[in-house]
Write a protein that binds this ligand. Structure first.
Ligand SMILES: [Zn+2]
Length: 177
């Protein structure tokens, strides 16, 4: 299971489902002060040259940013593929980004009532390449992530609260039968 959330909500989610710091990874280019999670820099929002991607630099941000990130991921694909192959449904990991708590994401929400975060595109990639791994979105992403970048299949952290985690594991076992 992979949980997509922000630095700001990471502690709350870690406490909720008992995930140690060692299983939390930053997919941002740098971390806010006071955070020092392990980093998966190959998943960060950089293009094929390693330059940072900013929505405001594109005329059609939703399409063009996505395209530039895809090209970046293509260049880093051997690392990404190795990481995707290593995922284990029963080992829960958390990926964190600044969104939606950076100033620019706050602006997006104010003007568009949604935000675009590359963690959504990571979720889509997991849907596609590792359909056996459950993607979990935090409440912010469930409510406000732009629909183009939302994984097709996901559950929410809220549903994890309602259903005991064992249920998910039972479902996995039953599906495997
Ligand atoms: Zn983000």
């Amino acid at each position: 299971m992979i949980i997509l959330t922000s630095f700001q909500k990471s502690k709350k989610i870690q406490n909720m489902i008992n995930i140690p710091d060692s299983q939390v990874y930053s997919v941002a280019r740098w971390q806010p002060q006071g955070y020092s999670f392990n980093e998966l820099l190959f998943l960060s929002a950089t293009d094929k040259y390693g330059n940072k991607l900013l929505l405001r630099n594109f005329d059609n941000p939703i399409e063009d940013y996505q395209k530039a990130l895809k090209e970046g991921y293509k260049v880093r694909w051997s690392e990404i593929k190795r990481w995707l192959d290593s995922l284990d449904e029963e080992k829960h990991i958390v990926l964190v980004c600044w969104c939606p708590y950076s100033i620019s994401t706050q602006e997006q929400i104010k003007h568009h009532n949604n935000f675009c975060c590359h963690t959504g595109l990571i979720g889509k990639m997991i849907n596609r390449h590792r359909p056996d791994i459950t993607v979990v979105l935090d409440e912010d992403r469930d409510k406000y992530l732009c629909k183009e970048w939302k994984p097709d299949r996901y559950i929410t952290t809220q549903s994890l609260l309602k259903e005991p985690i064992q249920k998910t594991i039972f479902e996995v076992i039953n599906n495997a039968k």
